[in-house]
Write a protein that binds this ligand. Structure first.
Ligand code: UDP
Ligand code: MG
Length: 319
């Protein structure tokens, strides 16, 4: 009998834990799927960990992982993948925005032999126009980088043990899970799902954290911005050629070149182009520095299985 592990990253989700666990328990039991729920508490500030411990007391299917602080969703997903022991591992949000019925559908596709089953949003849910536009720009770049249409991609997926092990074997610290799961290849298919309304609690994403997320992931996955620098340099060069020719013609035909304004404009333009380019390059250097430090992706302070504390036996580090 094969076991399905469901990884659920949770940050300040005290209101959702019990509900999510019982909904999943019910649906998976009805579908006669052997399961394990891996709840990763990403350093929540509320009572999320107490709720996970409480859930564990009632259900031995629950594996709870407690981070020493907030390391972010990607780290929580990674920790969940590392601790999961199932033959197939699914990742879903623990706010029930990813419909659990779809999970059963994914499981059956896995049984049919697919190794990576991606959840694709049929609509992006309720979002403001500016949010939509920014997301469109971000996923446009990511789609180019991965050569996979990421426009409606989500973190909701189910992967075979083989794919999970491939992801776990990647050494980089900054990983964009959504794209990595398709990067590893394998026999892939997708399932459409409707993003549900959040029942309780609130979204953990502020506008600023989304911008940071976008930058980090673009840099983690592609070097396209470095090519912007090259292209920008090329454009600047062409413009300066034109300006040089113009100035020379003016000079030889006896007209004085108009001085101050032109020089100021050129100076400012080139200056800002150089600073921008340096910024982009600097960002990559910062990321290289972060990677090269080889810090762990996350630090686990406690692991429970059911009502037992198994911190001693579990793999603690993330390497
Ligand atoms: N999450 C996390 N760490 C964080 C932020 C979020 O583990 O630092 C989890 C959160 O608990 C939820 C999932 O990631 O299970 C998605 O977060 P959220 O629902 O806030 O995002 P949204 O659905 O609004 O995109
Ligand atoms: Mg959500």
């Amino acid at each position: 009998m094969s076991v399905l592990s469901v990884v659920l990253p949770a940050y300040n989700e005290e209101l959702m834990i019990q509900k999510t666990c019982s909904v999943l328990r019910q649906i998976l039991t009805e579908a006669e799927i052997e399961y394990e729920l891996v709840l990763v508490d990403d350093g929540s500030r509320d009572r999320t960990w107490n709720e996970i411990e409480k859930a564990g007391k009632e259900d031995t299917h629950i594996l709870g992982v407690h981070f020493s602080r907030n390391f972010g969703k990607e780290a929580a997903v990674f920790a969940g993948l590392a601790q999961a022991s199932g033959d197939a591992v699914a990742v879903m949000d623990c706010d029930l925005q990813h419909p659990p019925q779809t999970l059963v559908e994914m499981y059956h596709l896995w049984k049919q032999g697919y190794e990576v089953i991606e959840g694709v949003k049929s609509t992006r849910g309720k979002e403001s126009l500016i949010h939509k536009k920014c997301a469109g720009f971000f996923y446009g770049i990511m789609s180019k980088a991965t050569k996979v249409n990421m426009q409606n991609a989500s973190d909701f997926k189910l992967m075979d043990r083989k794919a999970v092990n491939s992801i776990l074997s990647m050494p980089e610290r900054n990983m964009f899970f959504r794209a990595t799961s398709s990067w590893v290849g394998y026999k892939t298919t997708s399932v459409r799902f409707e993003v549900q309304e959040r029942e309780a609690g609130e979204s953990k994403w502020s506008a600023w954290s989304l911008v940071k997320y976008a930058f980090t992931n673009i840099v983690a996955f592609t070097t396209v911005p470095l090519q912007f620098v090259t292209v920008g340099g090329g454009i600047c060069f062409l413009l300066s050629l034109a300006l040089i020719i113009y100035s020379l013609i003016q000079y030889f035909t006896g007209h004085a070149v108009e001085g101050y304004t032109t020089i100021m404009m050129v100076l400012l333009l080139i200056g800002s182009a150089i600073m921008l380019s340096l910024g982009i390059i600097g960002y990559y250097i910062a990321k290289i520095y972060e990677e090269i430090k080889r810090r762990p992706r996350y630090i686990i302070s406690q692991i429970i299985r059911g009502s037992q504390d198994v911190s001693e036996h579990a793999r603690h580090d993330s390497v």
